[in-house]
Design a protein around this ligand. Structure first.
Ligand code: F0G
Length: 466
Protein backbone atom coordinates (compact mmCIF):
# COMPACT_ATOMS: atom_id res chain seq x y z
CA UNK A 1 0.00 0.00 0.00
CA UNK A 2 1.29 3.52 -0.69
CA UNK A 3 2.72 5.31 2.37
CA UNK A 4 0.54 7.84 4.09
CA UNK A 5 1.82 11.32 4.76
CA UNK A 6 1.61 13.30 7.97
CA UNK A 7 -1.47 15.44 7.40
CA UNK A 8 -1.47 19.19 7.84
CA UNK A 9 -4.50 20.66 9.58
CA UNK A 10 -7.44 20.77 7.19
CA UNK A 11 -5.59 19.21 4.28
CA UNK A 12 -5.32 15.50 3.69
CA UNK A 13 -2.94 14.02 1.12
CA UNK A 14 -4.37 11.76 -1.53
CA UNK A 15 -4.25 7.97 -1.33
CA UNK A 16 -3.79 6.46 -4.76
CA UNK A 17 -4.00 3.32 -6.87
CA UNK A 18 -2.65 2.24 -10.25
CA UNK A 19 -5.23 2.20 -13.00
CA UNK A 20 -4.72 0.60 -16.42
CA UNK A 21 -5.59 3.05 -19.19
CA UNK A 22 -6.93 0.25 -21.41
CA UNK A 23 -8.63 -2.53 -19.43
CA UNK A 24 -9.26 -0.44 -16.30
CA UNK A 25 -7.58 -2.94 -13.93
CA UNK A 26 -6.90 -1.37 -10.51
CA UNK A 27 -4.03 -2.36 -8.23
CA UNK A 28 -2.05 -1.16 -5.23
CA UNK A 29 1.33 -2.18 -6.64
CA UNK A 30 3.05 -2.53 -10.00
CA UNK A 31 5.62 -4.65 -11.79
CA UNK A 32 9.04 -3.04 -12.53
CA UNK A 33 8.06 -2.15 -16.10
CA UNK A 34 4.97 -0.23 -14.97
CA UNK A 35 2.73 -2.18 -17.33
CA UNK A 36 -0.72 -3.56 -16.58
CA UNK A 37 -0.37 -7.17 -15.33
CA UNK A 38 -3.51 -8.11 -17.30
CA UNK A 39 -3.19 -6.44 -20.70
CA UNK A 40 0.30 -4.87 -20.75
CA UNK A 41 -0.87 -1.30 -21.40
CA UNK A 42 0.27 1.79 -19.52
CA UNK A 43 -0.82 2.65 -15.99
CA UNK A 44 -1.91 5.93 -14.53
CA UNK A 45 -2.37 6.97 -10.95
CA UNK A 46 -5.94 7.38 -9.80
CA UNK A 47 -7.30 8.81 -6.59
CA UNK A 48 -10.26 6.73 -5.34
CA UNK A 49 -11.13 9.22 -2.60
CA UNK A 50 -11.82 11.88 -5.20
CA UNK A 51 -14.20 9.52 -6.95
CA UNK A 52 -16.00 8.86 -3.68
CA UNK A 53 -16.57 12.56 -3.18
CA UNK A 54 -18.11 12.62 -6.65
CA UNK A 55 -15.30 14.69 -8.13
CA UNK A 56 -17.38 17.74 -7.49
CA UNK A 57 -15.75 20.60 -5.68
CA UNK A 58 -13.84 18.60 -3.12
CA UNK A 59 -10.35 17.05 -3.05
CA UNK A 60 -9.73 14.90 -0.03
CA UNK A 61 -12.51 16.62 1.83
CA UNK A 62 -11.24 20.14 1.16
CA UNK A 63 -12.97 22.69 -1.05
CA UNK A 64 -11.36 24.12 -4.17
CA UNK A 65 -11.04 27.51 -2.46
CA UNK A 66 -9.34 25.93 0.58
CA UNK A 67 -6.84 24.30 -1.75
CA UNK A 68 -6.13 27.55 -3.57
CA UNK A 69 -5.52 29.45 -0.36
CA UNK A 70 -3.41 26.64 1.17
CA UNK A 71 -1.18 26.66 -1.93
CA UNK A 72 -0.91 30.45 -1.82
CA UNK A 73 0.02 30.47 1.87
CA UNK A 74 2.77 27.92 1.27
CA UNK A 75 4.59 30.50 -0.84
CA UNK A 76 5.50 32.20 2.44
CA UNK A 77 6.89 29.01 3.96
CA UNK A 78 10.55 28.04 3.91
CA UNK A 79 9.98 24.28 4.30
CA UNK A 80 11.70 22.43 1.42
CA UNK A 81 8.46 20.83 0.19
CA UNK A 82 6.74 24.23 0.15
CA UNK A 83 9.63 25.86 -1.72
CA UNK A 84 9.13 23.27 -4.45
CA UNK A 85 6.71 24.40 -7.15
CA UNK A 86 5.69 20.74 -7.41
CA UNK A 87 5.21 19.60 -3.80
CA UNK A 88 3.45 22.86 -2.94
CA UNK A 89 0.49 21.27 -4.76
CA UNK A 90 0.84 17.94 -2.93
CA UNK A 91 -2.91 17.44 -2.37
CA UNK A 92 -3.15 16.60 -6.08
CA UNK A 93 -0.15 14.25 -5.93
CA UNK A 94 0.18 10.72 -4.58
CA UNK A 95 0.80 10.82 -0.85
CA UNK A 96 4.40 10.57 0.35
CA UNK A 97 6.01 11.19 3.71
CA UNK A 98 7.83 14.53 3.74
CA UNK A 99 11.08 12.87 4.78
CA UNK A 100 11.38 11.16 1.41
CA UNK A 101 10.95 14.20 -0.80
CA UNK A 102 13.95 14.68 -3.12
CA UNK A 103 13.73 18.26 -4.31
CA UNK A 104 15.88 20.80 -6.11
CA UNK A 105 13.23 23.56 -5.68
CA UNK A 106 11.79 22.66 -9.09
CA UNK A 107 8.75 24.33 -10.62
CA UNK A 108 8.06 27.98 -9.76
CA UNK A 109 8.73 28.72 -13.43
CA UNK A 110 7.89 32.09 -14.99
CA UNK A 111 4.97 32.91 -17.25
CA UNK A 112 6.22 35.50 -19.73
CA UNK A 113 4.18 37.85 -21.90
CA UNK A 114 5.28 37.48 -25.55
CA UNK A 115 4.06 40.62 -27.36
CA UNK A 116 6.40 40.36 -30.36
CA UNK A 117 5.65 36.69 -30.96
CA UNK A 118 1.94 37.45 -30.53
CA UNK A 119 2.18 40.00 -33.36
CA UNK A 120 4.07 37.53 -35.52
CA UNK A 121 1.54 34.76 -34.91
CA UNK A 122 -1.45 37.08 -35.26
CA UNK A 123 -3.00 36.66 -31.81
CA UNK A 124 -3.83 39.47 -29.40
CA UNK A 125 -2.46 37.81 -26.30
CA UNK A 126 0.32 35.27 -26.05
CA UNK A 127 2.26 34.04 -23.01
CA UNK A 128 4.93 31.39 -22.57
CA UNK A 129 5.38 29.22 -19.50
CA UNK A 130 9.09 28.56 -19.45
CA UNK A 131 9.77 25.13 -18.04
CA UNK A 132 13.38 25.54 -19.17
CA UNK A 133 13.82 27.67 -16.04
CA UNK A 134 13.79 24.52 -13.89
CA UNK A 135 16.94 23.49 -11.96
CA UNK A 136 18.38 21.25 -14.69
CA UNK A 137 16.98 23.42 -17.49
CA UNK A 138 13.95 21.44 -18.63
CA UNK A 139 10.38 20.51 -17.74
CA UNK A 140 11.56 17.05 -16.73
CA UNK A 141 12.41 18.20 -13.20
CA UNK A 142 8.74 18.57 -12.23
CA UNK A 143 8.08 14.90 -12.92
CA UNK A 144 11.45 13.71 -11.73
CA UNK A 145 11.13 15.06 -8.19
CA UNK A 146 8.02 12.89 -7.70
CA UNK A 147 9.34 9.74 -9.38
CA UNK A 148 12.75 10.02 -7.68
CA UNK A 149 11.13 10.61 -4.30
CA UNK A 150 9.00 7.47 -4.62
CA UNK A 151 12.06 5.50 -5.79
CA UNK A 152 13.95 6.83 -2.76
CA UNK A 153 11.08 5.83 -0.47
CA UNK A 154 11.03 2.33 -1.96
CA UNK A 155 14.75 2.03 -1.21
CA UNK A 156 15.97 1.54 -4.79
CA UNK A 157 19.73 1.66 -5.25
CA UNK A 158 19.69 2.22 -9.03
CA UNK A 159 17.33 4.32 -11.11
CA UNK A 160 17.50 4.30 -14.90
CA UNK A 161 16.12 5.94 -18.01
CA UNK A 162 16.36 6.03 -21.78
CA UNK A 163 16.58 9.59 -23.00
CA UNK A 164 17.07 12.12 -25.74
CA UNK A 165 19.02 14.07 -23.13
CA UNK A 166 16.79 16.08 -20.81
CA UNK A 167 15.30 13.17 -18.89
CA UNK A 168 18.78 11.79 -18.29
CA UNK A 169 20.14 15.15 -17.10
CA UNK A 170 17.23 15.53 -14.72
CA UNK A 171 17.22 11.95 -13.45
CA UNK A 172 20.97 12.01 -12.81
CA UNK A 173 20.61 15.17 -10.71
CA UNK A 174 17.73 13.83 -8.63
CA UNK A 175 19.46 10.47 -8.16
CA UNK A 176 22.52 12.28 -6.82
CA UNK A 177 20.39 14.39 -4.47
CA UNK A 178 18.53 11.31 -3.23
CA UNK A 179 21.65 9.21 -2.69
CA UNK A 180 20.83 6.78 -5.53
CA UNK A 181 22.94 5.58 -8.46
CA UNK A 182 21.73 6.36 -11.96
CA UNK A 183 21.99 4.54 -15.28
CA UNK A 184 21.46 6.54 -18.45
CA UNK A 185 20.84 5.04 -21.92
CA UNK A 186 21.12 7.59 -24.73
CA UNK A 187 21.41 7.25 -28.52
CA UNK A 188 25.02 7.72 -29.53
CA UNK A 189 25.70 10.98 -31.36
CA UNK A 190 22.06 12.05 -31.23
CA UNK A 191 21.86 14.13 -28.08
CA UNK A 192 23.34 17.53 -27.38
CA UNK A 193 26.64 17.82 -25.53
CA UNK A 194 25.06 20.11 -22.96
CA UNK A 195 22.63 17.44 -21.86
CA UNK A 196 25.21 14.66 -21.98
CA UNK A 197 27.62 16.73 -19.89
CA UNK A 198 24.95 17.26 -17.23
CA UNK A 199 24.48 13.50 -16.80
CA UNK A 200 28.25 13.05 -16.47
CA UNK A 201 28.61 15.82 -13.93
CA UNK A 202 25.75 14.50 -11.80
CA UNK A 203 27.54 11.16 -11.66
CA UNK A 204 25.40 8.95 -13.89
CA UNK A 205 26.67 5.75 -15.44
CA UNK A 206 26.14 6.98 -18.99
CA UNK A 207 25.85 4.52 -21.88
CA UNK A 208 25.72 5.84 -25.43
CA UNK A 209 23.97 3.06 -27.34
CA UNK A 210 24.34 2.56 -31.10
CA UNK A 211 20.63 2.97 -31.73
CA UNK A 212 17.97 5.67 -31.56
CA UNK A 213 15.84 6.76 -28.56
CA UNK A 214 13.20 4.15 -29.34
CA UNK A 215 15.89 1.43 -29.28
CA UNK A 216 17.17 2.71 -25.92
CA UNK A 217 13.67 2.65 -24.41
CA UNK A 218 13.01 -0.86 -25.72
CA UNK A 219 16.23 -2.09 -24.15
CA UNK A 220 15.45 -0.39 -20.84
CA UNK A 221 12.05 -2.09 -20.68
CA UNK A 222 13.81 -5.46 -20.94
CA UNK A 223 16.55 -4.48 -18.52
CA UNK A 224 14.19 -3.57 -15.67
CA UNK A 225 12.77 -7.09 -15.79
CA UNK A 226 16.27 -8.59 -15.47
CA UNK A 227 18.23 -6.24 -13.20
CA UNK A 228 17.44 -4.42 -9.95
CA UNK A 229 17.10 -1.02 -11.61
CA UNK A 230 14.02 1.12 -11.34
CA UNK A 231 12.81 2.84 -14.49
CA UNK A 232 12.11 6.57 -14.47
CA UNK A 233 10.90 7.20 -18.02
CA UNK A 234 7.48 8.80 -18.34
CA UNK A 235 5.98 5.30 -18.54
CA UNK A 236 6.51 5.59 -14.78
CA UNK A 237 3.19 7.17 -13.73
CA UNK A 238 4.79 9.08 -10.84
CA UNK A 239 6.59 11.20 -13.48
CA UNK A 240 3.24 12.14 -15.00
CA UNK A 241 1.90 13.16 -11.58
CA UNK A 242 4.77 15.60 -11.03
CA UNK A 243 4.49 17.02 -14.52
CA UNK A 244 0.82 17.76 -13.85
CA UNK A 245 1.88 20.60 -11.56
CA UNK A 246 3.06 22.62 -14.57
CA UNK A 247 -0.60 23.10 -15.45
CA UNK A 248 -1.70 23.68 -11.85
CA UNK A 249 0.94 26.36 -11.38
CA UNK A 250 -0.03 27.91 -14.72
CA UNK A 251 -3.67 28.19 -13.66
CA UNK A 252 -2.61 29.73 -10.35
CA UNK A 253 -0.49 32.27 -12.24
CA UNK A 254 -3.54 33.11 -14.36
CA UNK A 255 -5.74 33.59 -11.25
CA UNK A 256 -7.56 30.34 -12.15
CA UNK A 257 -8.88 31.82 -15.42
CA UNK A 258 -7.82 29.26 -18.07
CA UNK A 259 -6.52 30.46 -21.44
CA UNK A 260 -8.38 29.33 -24.56
CA UNK A 261 -5.39 27.33 -25.81
CA UNK A 262 -2.32 25.63 -24.39
CA UNK A 263 0.25 24.46 -26.94
CA UNK A 264 2.91 21.89 -26.12
CA UNK A 265 5.61 20.02 -28.09
CA UNK A 266 5.09 16.28 -28.52
CA UNK A 267 7.84 13.65 -28.35
CA UNK A 268 7.29 10.58 -26.19
CA UNK A 269 3.99 12.29 -25.27
CA UNK A 270 4.30 12.11 -21.49
CA UNK A 271 4.13 15.86 -20.96
CA UNK A 272 0.97 16.42 -22.99
CA UNK A 273 -0.64 13.47 -21.17
CA UNK A 274 0.31 15.00 -17.82
CA UNK A 275 -0.97 18.48 -18.66
CA UNK A 276 -4.23 16.98 -19.94
CA UNK A 277 -4.64 14.85 -16.79
CA UNK A 278 -4.11 17.95 -14.65
CA UNK A 279 -6.62 20.01 -16.62
CA UNK A 280 -9.29 17.32 -16.35
CA UNK A 281 -8.63 16.80 -12.63
CA UNK A 282 -8.72 20.54 -11.96
CA UNK A 283 -11.98 20.90 -13.82
CA UNK A 284 -13.49 17.93 -11.98
CA UNK A 285 -12.35 19.27 -8.62
CA UNK A 286 -13.84 22.69 -9.30
CA UNK A 287 -10.48 24.47 -9.43
CA UNK A 288 -11.22 25.73 -12.95
CA UNK A 289 -14.60 26.11 -14.58
CA UNK A 290 -13.70 25.27 -18.18
CA UNK A 291 -11.04 23.36 -20.11
CA UNK A 292 -8.49 25.03 -22.36
CA UNK A 293 -7.89 23.26 -25.68
CA UNK A 294 -4.57 21.42 -25.38
CA UNK A 295 -2.79 21.14 -28.74
CA UNK A 296 0.30 19.06 -29.50
CA UNK A 297 2.90 20.03 -32.08
CA UNK A 298 5.44 17.60 -33.53
CA UNK A 299 8.38 17.97 -35.89
CA UNK A 300 7.49 16.79 -39.42
CA UNK A 301 10.29 14.23 -39.24
CA UNK A 302 9.04 12.76 -35.95
CA UNK A 303 5.29 12.94 -36.49
CA UNK A 304 4.03 9.62 -35.17
CA UNK A 305 1.01 11.10 -33.37
CA UNK A 306 0.05 13.31 -36.32
CA UNK A 307 0.04 10.26 -38.58
CA UNK A 308 -1.67 8.07 -35.99
CA UNK A 309 -4.58 10.50 -35.80
CA UNK A 310 -4.78 11.31 -39.52
CA UNK A 311 -4.19 7.87 -40.98
CA UNK A 312 -5.46 5.50 -38.28
CA UNK A 313 -8.11 7.64 -36.57
CA UNK A 314 -6.13 7.39 -33.33
CA UNK A 315 -6.91 3.64 -33.11
CA UNK A 316 -3.39 2.24 -33.48
CA UNK A 317 0.07 3.76 -33.35
CA UNK A 318 1.80 4.50 -36.64
CA UNK A 319 5.51 4.47 -35.77
CA UNK A 320 7.93 6.49 -37.86
CA UNK A 321 11.66 6.45 -38.37
CA UNK A 322 12.36 9.77 -36.67
CA UNK A 323 14.69 12.46 -38.00
CA UNK A 324 14.84 16.08 -36.83
CA UNK A 325 17.42 18.59 -35.63
CA UNK A 326 15.24 19.00 -32.53
CA UNK A 327 16.96 16.00 -30.97
CA UNK A 328 14.81 16.20 -27.83
CA UNK A 329 11.78 15.05 -29.81
CA UNK A 330 13.55 12.71 -32.23
CA UNK A 331 11.17 9.89 -31.28
CA UNK A 332 9.32 7.59 -33.66
CA UNK A 333 7.46 5.28 -31.33
CA UNK A 334 5.96 7.43 -28.56
CA UNK A 335 5.14 5.40 -25.45
CA UNK A 336 2.25 7.57 -24.25
CA UNK A 337 0.47 8.03 -27.60
CA UNK A 338 -2.80 6.59 -26.31
CA UNK A 339 -2.88 8.88 -23.29
CA UNK A 340 -2.07 11.89 -25.50
CA UNK A 341 -4.73 11.01 -28.08
CA UNK A 342 -7.34 10.85 -25.31
CA UNK A 343 -6.26 14.20 -23.93
CA UNK A 344 -6.64 15.79 -27.36
CA UNK A 345 -10.11 14.36 -27.62
CA UNK A 346 -11.13 15.39 -24.10
CA UNK A 347 -9.96 18.98 -24.46
CA UNK A 348 -10.78 19.42 -28.16
CA UNK A 349 -7.15 20.23 -29.02
CA UNK A 350 -5.38 19.90 -32.37
CA UNK A 351 -2.31 17.95 -33.43
CA UNK A 352 -0.03 19.61 -36.00
CA UNK A 353 3.42 19.22 -37.46
CA UNK A 354 5.99 21.84 -38.44
CA UNK A 355 8.99 21.74 -40.76
CA UNK A 356 12.61 22.08 -39.69
CA UNK A 357 12.77 25.59 -41.13
CA UNK A 358 9.53 26.70 -39.47
CA UNK A 359 10.92 25.46 -36.16
CA UNK A 360 14.28 27.23 -36.63
CA UNK A 361 12.53 30.47 -37.51
CA UNK A 362 10.23 30.27 -34.48
CA UNK A 363 13.19 29.57 -32.20
CA UNK A 364 14.96 32.73 -33.41
CA UNK A 365 11.73 34.73 -32.97
CA UNK A 366 11.34 33.52 -29.38
CA UNK A 367 15.03 34.31 -28.78
CA UNK A 368 14.60 37.82 -30.20
CA UNK A 369 11.99 38.39 -27.50
CA UNK A 370 14.72 37.89 -24.86
CA UNK A 371 13.40 34.52 -23.75
CA UNK A 372 15.19 31.79 -25.67
CA UNK A 373 14.45 28.07 -25.69
CA UNK A 374 15.73 24.85 -27.18
CA UNK A 375 14.60 23.81 -30.68
CA UNK A 376 11.95 21.31 -29.53
CA UNK A 377 10.19 24.04 -27.54
CA UNK A 378 10.01 26.32 -30.57
CA UNK A 379 7.65 23.99 -32.42
CA UNK A 380 4.94 25.52 -30.22
CA UNK A 381 5.19 28.98 -31.84
CA UNK A 382 5.60 27.49 -35.31
CA UNK A 383 2.51 25.34 -34.66
CA UNK A 384 0.53 28.29 -33.33
CA UNK A 385 1.12 30.19 -36.59
CA UNK A 386 -0.38 27.24 -38.47
CA UNK A 387 -3.34 26.90 -36.10
CA UNK A 388 -4.11 30.61 -36.52
CA UNK A 389 -3.97 30.31 -40.33
CA UNK A 390 -6.28 27.29 -40.19
CA UNK A 391 -8.75 29.27 -38.05
CA UNK A 392 -8.43 26.76 -35.19
CA UNK A 393 -7.10 29.53 -32.94
CA UNK A 394 -9.60 32.35 -33.38
CA UNK A 395 -9.29 36.12 -33.20
CA UNK A 396 -9.32 37.30 -29.61
CA UNK A 397 -8.43 33.94 -28.05
CA UNK A 398 -5.72 33.68 -25.38
CA UNK A 399 -2.84 31.28 -25.91
CA UNK A 400 -0.08 29.87 -23.68
CA UNK A 401 2.95 28.12 -25.16
CA UNK A 402 4.81 25.61 -23.03
CA UNK A 403 8.54 26.11 -23.55
CA UNK A 404 10.07 22.86 -22.40
CA UNK A 405 13.83 23.45 -22.46
CA UNK A 406 16.39 26.17 -21.89
CA UNK A 407 18.23 27.87 -24.76
CA UNK A 408 21.54 26.64 -23.35
CA UNK A 409 20.51 23.02 -23.79
CA UNK A 410 21.48 22.99 -27.46
CA UNK A 411 24.01 25.74 -28.26
CA UNK A 412 25.17 23.96 -31.45
CA UNK A 413 21.76 24.46 -33.06
CA UNK A 414 21.73 28.15 -32.16
CA UNK A 415 25.29 28.77 -33.37
CA UNK A 416 24.72 26.96 -36.65
CA UNK A 417 21.50 28.89 -37.24
CA UNK A 418 23.14 32.27 -36.75
CA UNK A 419 26.23 31.31 -38.74
CA UNK A 420 23.94 30.16 -41.53
CA UNK A 421 25.06 26.55 -41.81
CA UNK A 422 22.27 24.84 -39.86
CA UNK A 423 20.88 23.09 -42.91
CA UNK A 424 24.07 23.03 -45.01
CA UNK A 425 23.92 20.17 -47.48
CA UNK A 426 20.32 19.33 -46.61
CA UNK A 427 17.17 19.84 -48.72
CA UNK A 428 16.29 22.83 -46.50
CA UNK A 429 19.47 24.76 -47.35
CA UNK A 430 17.83 27.13 -49.86
CA UNK A 431 14.95 27.97 -47.49
CA UNK A 432 17.43 29.43 -44.99
CA UNK A 433 18.00 32.53 -47.14
CA UNK A 434 14.46 33.66 -46.27
CA UNK A 435 15.51 33.74 -42.61
CA UNK A 436 18.61 35.92 -43.06
CA UNK A 437 16.96 38.88 -41.27
CA UNK A 438 16.77 36.78 -38.11
CA UNK A 439 20.42 35.71 -38.18
CA UNK A 440 23.00 37.46 -35.97
CA UNK A 441 26.34 35.83 -36.76
CA UNK A 442 29.28 36.76 -34.54
CA UNK A 443 31.75 39.16 -36.20
CA UNK A 444 35.52 38.82 -35.87
CA UNK A 445 37.32 42.19 -35.87
CA UNK A 446 40.75 43.64 -35.17
CA UNK A 447 40.78 45.04 -31.64
CA UNK A 448 40.60 48.72 -32.64
CA UNK A 449 38.09 51.41 -31.71
CA UNK A 450 37.60 52.30 -35.39
CA UNK A 451 36.66 48.77 -36.37
CA UNK A 452 34.09 48.49 -33.58
CA UNK A 453 32.63 51.96 -34.26
CA UNK A 454 32.31 51.26 -37.98
CA UNK A 455 30.56 47.96 -37.25
CA UNK A 456 28.20 49.61 -34.78
CA UNK A 457 27.26 52.37 -37.24
CA UNK A 458 26.59 49.86 -39.97
CA UNK A 459 24.41 47.74 -37.67
CA UNK A 460 22.51 50.81 -36.52
CA UNK A 461 21.57 51.62 -40.14
CA UNK A 462 20.45 48.10 -40.95
CA UNK A 463 18.81 47.15 -37.64
CA UNK A 464 15.24 46.03 -38.10
CA UNK A 465 12.74 48.15 -36.19
CA UNK A 466 11.57 46.44 -33.04
N1 F0G B 1 10.76 19.27 -25.26
C1 F0G B 1 11.92 18.88 -24.73
C2 F0G B 1 12.95 19.92 -24.49
C3 F0G B 1 12.15 17.52 -24.42
O1 F0G B 1 13.30 17.16 -23.88
C4 F0G B 1 11.13 16.58 -24.70
C5 F0G B 1 11.33 15.16 -24.41
C6 F0G B 1 9.94 17.04 -25.24
C7 F0G B 1 9.77 18.39 -25.51
C8 F0G B 1 8.81 16.13 -25.53
O2 F0G B 1 8.15 15.79 -24.35
O3 F0G B 1 8.38 13.34 -24.55
O4 F0G B 1 6.84 14.36 -22.89
O5 F0G B 1 6.32 14.47 -25.33
N2 F0G B 1 12.39 14.64 -24.00
C9 F0G B 1 12.58 13.28 -23.53
C10 F0G B 1 13.96 13.07 -22.97
C11 F0G B 1 12.10 12.23 -24.41
O6 F0G B 1 14.46 11.93 -22.93
O7 F0G B 1 14.57 14.03 -22.51
P1 F0G B 1 7.37 14.40 -24.27
Amino acid sequence: MPPSAIPEPGVRPSEFRFHCIDCGHLSDSTSPDYRCPRCGDLLEISFPEWNKSGLSSRASGVSANDLKSTWKQRRLSSAPADLSGVWRFRELLPALNDGYVVTLREGNTPLYEMPQCARIAGVPHLAAKHQGMNPTGSFKDAGMTVAASFAHHAGYRWIACASTGNTSASMAAYAARGGMRSLVLVPEGKISWSKLSQALDYGALTCQLRTDFDGCLRLLQELVLRAPVHQLNSINPFRIEGQKTLAIELMEQMEWQPPDHIIVPGGNLGNSSAIGKALLEMRNLGLISRLPKLSIIQAEGANALVRTLREAGGKRLISVSAETRATAIRIGNPASWKKAARVLEATGGACEQVSEVEMAQAKAEIGAEGIGCEPASAVTLAGLKKLVKQGFVKAGETVVLILTGNLLKDPDFTMEFHRGDLFAGSPHESEMTALSMLRRPPIVLDATLDEVLRTLEQADKTAPSG
